[in-house]
Design a protein around this ligand. Sequence first.
Ligand code: SF4
Ligand code: SF4
Ligand code: SF4
Length: 298
Amino acid sequence: MGLFSKWVESLDYEFEIESSCTRHQSHYSTCEKCLTACEENAISFVNGQPVLNQSNCVQCGKCIVACPVHAIAGILPEREISQNQLVISGQHIPTSKELLIYYKKGITSIIGKDEASMQLWKKPIEEANTMLRELDERPFTLSIKSIGQEEYYSRRALFSLWKNESKSIMKQVTPSKWRFNHNVFELQKYYTGYQFTELSVDIEKCTLCTVCERLCATKCFAIQEGNFSLSLQGCSACGLCADICPEKAITLKDQIVSLEEINHPIYEKVCQSCNQTFKTLRDQDEECTPCKKLKSFN
Ligand code: SF4
Ligand code: SF4
Ligand code: SF4
């Protein structure tokens, strides 16, 4: 093994949570996807922000995959690949999202050495296959096969193979922090033409305050002259817009749907109480939001 591979293997891979976490962005954020994903109680919230307890962390990488904004840095457990097939092995079970990404990297078959090992990964495989059908893709093919040690690559061997032969597929599935690009977990990038969130704005409640437009990191909202448009190709389902909207006008749910842009017309009116011009999503509005709110307090 070369010096390069030894150096890579000797790195300390402690996990850490970066400031892109939505709870760092706003104290209104209610995201707890990392907490829910961690089965080892290694994540807790202190003063509303996620904190990693390294002594409980088993580096399964589930929080990394679960975080919608890729705020958790670390490595994924090694996966074994044999002739572009994912081999069921190791104690850490992948999530369906991780499997969907391997699928787009060209790994469309999963093999296990026996029925018992297939059972271990059954749940995420079934979830991934359901999602693949919704995405108009063929499901993973599954087979039972015994793999000789010489036939698959360990992470260490993958590094060497990559270095020596530049096998691109191996590059993409070899986990390591020094080259780890969190964007690899943006499912939306792999399945263009679909959105993974169904999001709606209740036009009876929205006051066009523009908070959602300013805070959405992936620019899903555009409030322009005469039009409020929603385009969710880049939506990470972080939920920050729904948490932050002062009118509770935004609802979202995890759902695979064909990508579509939603447009709501914006009307320009003159307020009958203060005579100022104002913008609204409701053609029937006769008063601006401040006048309406003032009236409701009186
Ligand atoms: S899943 Fe990501 S964004 Fe959500 S609380 Fe955890 S670190 Fe923050
Ligand atoms: S944050 Fe809510 S009220 Fe403000 S523009 Fe967005 S949807 Fe409308
Ligand atoms: S639209 Fe909302 S849920 Fe989607 S990325 Fe933007 S802030 Fe997050």
